[in-house]
Ligand binder design. Sequence first.
Ligand SMILES: [Zn+2]
Length: 132
Amino acid sequence: MINRIIPNPKACQNCGDKIIFGRTDKKFCTDACRVDYNNRVKTERRGENPEFVKKITRILTQNYQIMRKLNPSGKTIVSEQQLTGLGFNFNYQSSYQITKKGDVYHFCFDQGYLKIKDNQVLLVIQSNQTEM
Ligand SMILES: [Zn+2]
């Protein structure tokens, strides 16, 4: 168990970096990589969604809840700042719809929005989303 420079470095099984220092049978470049790799394998064995899927699901759910809260009537105009101030993330949506006019409605489940002029956003509800 002597740490030394490895002559023909192998790639870390987690991040792919070369392992240049340590035992020749080392599989990971750092302890963090070993822990990360083992956690990922455990998660996959349990059939759970990987961490990034959970994270995006949380963002979508948050977007959904924000729009639902701001739009009880089914049609409300709010500002982009109002949405982002509540933690809304415009980078994520669950579906979109383009109208004949070319307007793009972005949805998080049945709650959606259309960007209109001057940082204004029209919130809408799409009832057929819940019938899927
Ligand atoms: Zn690594």
